[in-house]
Design a protein around this ligand. Structure first.
Ligand code: BGC
Length: 269
């Protein structure tokens, strides 16, 4: 812990589990005040556990329920954060879901739910964050930047994924959202980047790692031969949120044990 995020307020969406929880912990260890967003009442206990874990270690955190796909809820969440904590410095657009189906059987509801949370949710949160960053501008006691947005994308922003057309489409779109925002607000000192995780051991992909056979299958896709952990992502998120990365904006950074080297080509092609 070296206080790289001291005096800063960070919102992590979908922080009650998985990658979001790992990032919230990493941020708190670096001195940020973390808003642990969770999507619905049923997720409150896990968000509360995480908050207690952070505060009992001397960190600062609050929990906040909001469905990021709902405009009125997102606007209110940002208003409440600014009212309670003064401002916001870092947004991690992490909340994401999968509703998998063969494409010819995919319902409009499956398509829409994934786009609503994974893409529209990131749009709404980024828009409200940018408004606050523009209002406050750079405060050198906090950071060299007026604000930082980290989109949690996926290797599937470039790897097509059969049976997951909705999810892959949402992640492909996040790449353009991120790059456009980085271009549009660079002069206002707002930095915008994406983290593109490969297979990270979390509830979203349990079926890919919870039996030895599934795990071995997964390893055929990962040259580095292990599944990722939320703390692998947390380290990169801390870097992108801190002034150590002050000259990085508009980047998609892959963190995938080499998945995007297309391992299957090691013996073919
Ligand atoms: C998905 C996981 C998957 C990983 C690698 C992620 O974006 O959410 O389910 O294991 O990509 O395919």
């Amino acid at each position: 812990m070296s206080g790289k995020l001291n005096n800063q307020v960070a919102l992590v969406t979908g922080a009650n589990s998985g990658i979001g929880a790992g990032i919230a912990l990493g941020f708190a260890q670096e001195g940020a005040t973390v808003v642990i967003n969770y999507p619905f009442e049923g997720a409150a206990p896990s968000a509360t556990d995480l908050m207690n874990q952070i505060t009992s270690a001397g960190g600062k955190a609050i929990i906040y329920q909001c469905d990021v796909s709902k405009e009125d809820q997102v606007i209110k969440m940002f208003q409440d954060i600014v009212a309670q904590l003064g401002t916001i410095d870092i947004l991690v657009n992490n909340a994401g879901i999968q509703k998998d189906a063969p494409f010819h059987e995919m319902t409009l509801a499956q398509w829409q739910q994934v786009i609503d949370v994974n893409l529209t949710g990131q749009f709404l949160c980024a828009r409200e964050a940018v408004k606050e960053f523009l209002r406050r501008g750079v405060d050198a006691t906090r950071s060299a930047a007026a604000g930082k947005i980290i989109h949690i994308s996926s290797v599937h922003e470039i790897i097509p994924w059969s049976g997951h057309a909705n999810y892959a489409s949402s992640k492909g779109a996040i790449r353009m959202l991120m790059q456009t925002l980085a271009q549009e607000y660079g002069r206002q000192k707002i930095r915008v980047n994406s983290i593109c995780p490969g297979a990270i051991q979390t509830p979203i992909n349990k079926s890919a790692w919870d039996t030895p056979q599934a795990y071995n299958n997964l390893m055929t896709l990962i040259p580095y031969n292990r599944i990722g952990q939320p703390k692998d992502i947390a380290g990169l998120a801390v870097f992108l949120a801190s002034d150590d990365s002050d000259y990085i904006t508009g980047a998609s950074i892959f963190i995938d044990g080499g998945m995007t080297t297309f391992e299957s080509f090691s013996t073919g092609g």
